[in-house]
Write a protein that binds this ligand. Sequence first.
Ligand code: PEP
Ligand code: MG
Length: 598
Amino acid sequence: MSDPESSKKESIYRGIAVSPGVVRGHLYVYRPEEVAVEKRSIRDEDLAGEFARLEQAVIKTRQQLIDIPQHIGREMGNDKPGIFDAHLLVLDDPMLMEQVFKRLKSEKLNVEFIVQEVSDQYVQALSKVEDTFMRERAADMRDVGRRILRNLVGAEHDELQRLPGPRIVLAQDFSPSDTALMDRSKVLGFAAEMGSRTSHTAILARSQGIPAVVGLHEFGREIASGQEALLDGYSGLLIVNPTEQTLFEYGQIEIRWHSIEERLGQLRLEPARTRDGCVIRLGANIELEEEVKTAVEHGAQGVGLYRTEYLFLNRQTLPTEDEQFTSYSNVARAMKPHEVIIRTLDVGGDKMLVAGEHTREANPFLGWRGVRFCLDQPDMFKTQLRAILRASVEGNIKMMYPMISDLQEVKRANELLNVCREELRREGKPFSEQLEVGLMIEVPGAAMIADVLAEHTSFFSIGTNDLIQYSIAVDRGNERVAHLYAPTHPAILRLIKNVVAAARAKNIWVGVCGEMAGDPVMVPLVLGLGVTELSVSAVALPAVKYIIRNMNMADAQALAEQALRCGATGDIAIQLETFARSIAPDLMELVKPGKSKP
Ligand code: PEP
Ligand code: MG
């Protein structure tokens, strides 16, 4: 028997913080109840009627899948975001419909029962696969199957469009169509059992500035709609039935956060300049064109990393040169005169293309990804390079190659770039001859040969997310070793120092665009090591600017020297935290609450 009081007990669930902010409110538990489907035999003469019902349901589903992107487009001010192409792809899969038709004929059971069985089989088979990409296809399949079923039985789809009031919405997982249809004016925050930093929910939440925590694992049935909760998008916590004490503590945090937010807001147009006068270029990371608006609102003075792969994911065909040109130009124009650093396609790892050549690999992060993938497909790569070159006259564009591990890759990529330049000259299409081309340093081997690479680049941008996971052999997606994923590992400091030294010798600059740059505690170290450009997610930007404006570069350099002398990851972390607390105690108490917090 469950204790009635237990539902009132405070429960704390830990997950991955993917979009910052703390919200308090009532929960809305979204468990799209499995549509009740009964099993019925049908007569031969009813078969045609069942086929017709299925056809109608599929037509209706297709229309909904076409309408959803238009809805998002209106919300985000974009004509046709491509993120639902994968659903249409599932719907159009001839195998799926063939199976349904075949079983309908042979088993003579009602069509909703057959649809449910077939789609469940697909989902189960796909979700057992280890490959992240294939597992994401399971979510698409579940979403489409659910839609067809609901259309067959005439159930409602728009539960999330009619939230009873402002709510923290909780689900096992949110499909892209769920997030698209939600009434965002009523969504206080997202909490999901599944998901990662790069899942759709995370991207949309960040771009909308909605706090979100994903990867909460099973939170079970003890959580119900209407319960009170706190969602902490900084620390990755969902606190259900918070106690008076917790509410009080977070209430205090909220008050302080609002006051600091006001101060941070006032810095929007101010430069990221240290107390002793060093100006740091502070840009935003974006994944979608639409995020430029949020970036500007948060005071970004440029885009330091435009992850172009989101233009390529979840769709059946590769984006054309013109489509890419339009996206890159839009971002460049919106940011003008500030710079936009476009990263060439970085698929592979956990981001696999639907269109194109991707196949399963045993070790995808050590496999066919980033610039390697592009160099093996010169036509596809050239299409992107041409689009970037053409867009370079529309604003202040720079470009960089991801996952460089060897000089040869740089040379081959630049050769292709030169071919594109030649072609465009011949075609009389304008492009900027001055387009600067940089390299991402994400592979330890590349950091070690930074002196060699520096001869062939205009700048370095260090991708610490990958650099850390490769340097200390920690898959950051693997919970068992997540505690070992440490930006303060001495190896990381030494690699950054090595890259900066090589760059200085050639008079080029170094930036950091991994998550490390968005952590206010890490910022003084990174800058003290000699990095002069940071690119961070838009929502992290104000806090990073605040810490920069509160520090002296001379102190940050001393801090970096002290940290470089230290051999212990944990001790370095303590040194950095102590420094950050000493220069911005109010901010630190919010982003890294003291030991009293859960
Ligand atoms: C990185 O690796 O730090 C980076 C910025 O690239 P991504 O997170 O897209 O792999
Ligand atoms: Mg990377």
